[in-house]
Write a protein that binds this ligand. Structure first.
Ligand code: ARG
Length: 462
């Protein structure tokens, strides 16, 4: 037998069983129950203050909603997908529990403003948690950067050895990427934290409601300005999904570097056993699956952004049922990003850096060739000529299996008369790193200065 719908009055036939299954959103939106209850309590209090409900009715609604909350936590709540969504499930149970006043709760609101309110409350919490998780990860990156501020590694472009940098400098590059992600979330939060409640179905309501009150009760910065916009706007989800996609893409780049560095070819780092998995067939294997999954989950997060954009595209104002499909992209994005941030922070301290191995990689890749060119420029050689001279020297070294620093003065002089004995210190990895001594450069002094500026910024954001 079909359940009676709260909207069943104008219908003479029961809902088709397939329609019930197709239109229900309970499988996803029951996750919003806590916010739905909080929103309803604020709404009931506002109705009582505005003398639309009596104080007794309000008290009984609030008590009923609180007991429903406990029931859901206990797992004893009678969820019914015939009641479509989390909103109607809770309202129906409230009426079953407290009778008449339960039927009055929905005065002056609609599920259209209700669901938008629930989602904003949910997303505000999720964003706050992710901002916190970013601060934690950023703090851990600063610790590694500090420890490895003098550790040379090959800086690469095109995945070819380019110039020496320090591992600390590399960690600080990651820090900066995440710092922008965090700032974007902080900024998006301002637009999430607006109350749609009271916009009702689309036009507002004829009851004398107090939207400022519910906004305040729920910790929103202000009520929304336009009722049509408020019930149809999903910008806040799209904006979040967009920032989250960029954050996930950053995490995928970081994960990819860990995977490369941990590989047999590099052996720059070893990831702790607790954060790797083995192979069911090859006993020798230790695989960086956690990093790979962080890299992999970013795909879904990017997809969710596209889903949200296409969901909203060409929808006429105001609310359309299409919007019910916004739940899973939002939840999935939140879960993937929160999970990735948590595990990245757990894994990072397990990583051991092989300084020797990084050093020999930087020694072997002509990483100081640019230093030689800059040295020649210092002797008055135009940069383009210097570039040519060093190119020829490198070619000679490759043909004779030498490093630049192995060349004798006699050999150097074949390429340029300007080269003197002082060239050898310029060609050392330490000399190269120390020379890049300006804001944003890789010299240990600058890396330490960057870390201390970053620490102050993190402290100020806590
Ligand atoms: N479950 C819907 C959603 O998630 C909210 C209900 C609005 N339904 C409606 N027919 N106006 O968006």
């Amino acid at each position: 037998m079909a359940t009676t719908k709260p909207w069943g009055g104008r219908f003479s036939e029961p809902t088709h069983e397939l329609v019930e299954r197709f239109t229900q959103s309970l499988d996803w939106d029951r996750r919003l129950y806590k916010y739905d209850i909080t929103g309803s309590i604020a709404h009931a209090r506002m109705l009582a203050r505005s003398e639309i409900l009596s104080v007794d009715e309000c008290d009984s609604i609030v008590a009923g909603l609180e007991s429903i909350d406990a029931e859901i936590v206990d797992g004893g709540f009678p969820w019914s997908s015939a009641l479509e969504d989390v909103h109607m499930n809770i309202e129906a149970e409230l009426t079953a529990k407290i009778g008449e006043p339960g039927k009055k709760l929905h005065t002056g609101r609609s599920r259209n403003d209700q669901v938008a309110t629930d989602m904003r409350l949910f997303l505000r919490d999720a964003v706050d948690e992710q901002i916190h998780l970013l601060l934690v990860l950023q703090g851990l990156l600063l610790d590694v950067a500090e420890r490895e501020a003098e550790t040379p590694m090959p800086g690469v472009t095109h995945l070819q050895v380019a110039q020496p940098v320090t591992f600390g400098h590399h960690m600080m590059a990651w820090f900066q990427m995440l710092d922008r992600d965090r700032q974007r979330l902080v900024d998006a939060r301002r637009r999430i934290n607006i109350s749609p409640l009271g916009s009702a179905a689309l036009a507002g309501t004829s009851f004398g409601i107090d939207r400022e009150f519910t906004a305040r009760e729920l910790g929103f910065d202000a009520p929304s300005e336009n009722s049509l916009d408020a019930v149809s706007d999903r910008d806040f989800v799209i904006e979040y999904c967009s920032h989250a996609a960029l954050l996930a893409v950053h995490l995928s780049r970081m994960a990819e570097e860990l995977i490369l560095w941990a590989s047999e070819r590099y052996r720059f780092i070893e990831i702790g056993d607790a954060f790797c998995t083995g192979s069911s067939i090859m006993p020798q294997k230790k695989n960086p699956d956690v990093a790979e999954l962080i890299r992999g989950k970013s795909g879904g997060v990017v997809g969710n952004l596209v889903s949200m954009l296409v969901l909203v595209k060409a929808q006429p104002l105001a609310y359309n049922r299409d919007n019910q499909e916004d739940k899973s992209p939002m939840f999935d994005t939140v879960d993937a990003v929160t999970g990735s941030l948590q595990i990245f922070s757990a894994m990072l301290p397990s990583i051991e850096v092989d300084r020797e191995q990084m050093r020999s990689a930087v020694e072997n890749g002509f990483a100081t060739a640019t230093d030689l060119a800059e040295y020649l420029v210092g002797k008055g050689v135009p940069f383009r000529d210097a570039h040519e001279i060093v190119g020829k020297s490198v070619r000679y070294c490759i043909d004779n299996d030498l490093r630049l620093g192995d060349l004798s003065m006699h050999q150097f002089r074949q390429f340029s008369d300007e080269i003197g004995d002082d060239v050898y210190s310029v060609l050392t990895v330490e000399g190269s790193i120390r020379a890049r001594n300006h804001i944003g450069g890789t010299s240990p002094m600058q890396v330490r200065a960057a870390i201390s500026r970053a620490r102050k910024r993190l402290e100020a954001s806590k």
